[in-house]
Design a protein around this ligand. Structure first.
Ligand SMILES: C[S@@+](CC[C@H](N)C(=O)[O-])C[C@H]1O[C@@H](n2cnc3c(N)ncnc32)[C@H](O)[C@@H]1O
Length: 306
């Protein structure tokens, strides 16, 4: 995570009141792009806390500058896929509003899997929003708003208001200006949460570094680990390569793993100890300790000991 004061994070979901140092209500913007909407909203309402989630590092750098220049202490930024971040970093019933302005509609059916609003994301919203909390979507594409509305109705946890045409947002976004220049209409969809729901999260809330102790290492297996693949319903593990320290006391295994569509890449260490070997997630690995990461450590340990 680029972002929040990580030293203050002791477990997941994050205790945002501790990060902000108050109990103000939480508003999240997903895909803030240029950051103008989030920054202006935060400037005008300092009795709310704001979290922006973006996958673009450039956008995160840009907004960080604005936050610094305006000396805002009620905004935090997360560089992450919102489908993962919203579910893993926010508790049940903790967010007052989630705002999504002009998301990419991914119109081609072969790209539909990239769309933000899928059943799982809406399920996440049904958990993390407060009861009566709102999802607010603006878009220039009517069919997209209709498709999202349908998904909220199918979820049964939301009261969905009619899609309405709007003139402009309180603070213009980059994409709003772009579509305005092309003369496009703008639509607003509001879904209000009406139930209480809890969802299963990948991160277990502990920070323990996944590790296994083994008595011996099968070096032939170690040399041929690259290309190893293991897959089951929710998890996939792929070993890309192995690297050796010259004196043979330590090995690095490069791993890609996937939990329910969330992909991470990291190293696992195999280190010679006084007695036996230690297999563990590399200290500097930024990987979240998801089930697939824990299974990768466990699998490598088992493979090498045989
Ligand atoms: C079309 S732009 C809109 C930007 C801004 N809201 C505006 O109105 O100008 C969509 C933004 O969403 C971000 N994005 C796309 N998928 C995302 C995801 N899964 N999680 C977080 N951000 C995402 C993109 O990086 C991009 O900045």
């Amino acid at each position: 995570m680029y972002q929040v004061n990580t030293m203050a994070i002791k477990s997941y979901p994050i205790e945002w009141n501790k990060i902000f140092g108050n109990n103000n209500k939480l508003i999240v913007e997903v895909g803030f792009g240029g950051g103008e909407f989030l920054v202006n909203l935060a400037k005008e309402n300092n009795n709310y806390n704001y979290v922006g989630i973006e996958t673009s590092l450039t956008s995160c750098h840009k907004i960080k500058k604005k936050i610094f220049q305006d000396n805002l202490n009620n905004v935090q930024i997360i560089l992450e896929d919102a489908k993962f971040a919203l579910r893993e970093f926010f508790s049940d019933n903790s967010i007052n509003k989630v705002i999504v302005n002009f998301p990419c509609p991914w119109p081609k059916s072969k790209h539909a899997k990239n769309r933000l609003f899928d059943e799982k994301f809406i399920d996440t919203l049904s958990s993390v929003l407060e009861v009566d909390g709102e999802l607010i979507l603006t878009t220039d594409i009517f069919w997209y708003a209709s498709a999202v509305k349908e998904k909220f109705l199918n979820n049964r946890c939301f009261e969905v208001k009619n899609i309405s045409e709007i003139n402009q947002l309180p603070f213009k976004t980059r994409y709003e200006k772009k579509w305005e220049n092309e003369g496009r209409k703008k639509y607003l969809l509001i879904a209000q949460k009406r139930c209480k729901k809890s969802i299963k999260r990948l991160l277990e809330g502990d920070f323990e570094l996944p590790h296994e102790k083994i008595k011996k290492v099968n070096f032939d297996k170690l040399q041929s680990l690259a290309g190893f693949k293991k897959s089951n319903k929710n998890k996939t593990i792929v070993i890309k390569d192995t690297y050796t320290k010259l004196d043979g006391s330590e090995y690095l295994v490069k791993v890609f793993s996937e939990d329910e569509g969330y992909i991470q890449s990291y190293f696992i260490n195999v280190i010679k100890m006084k007695e036996g070997w230690l297999v563990k997630l590399d200290d500097i690995a930024k990987a979240y300790r998801t089930p697939a990461v824990k299974e990768a450590v466990n699998t490598i340990a088992k493979e090498l000991e045989n």
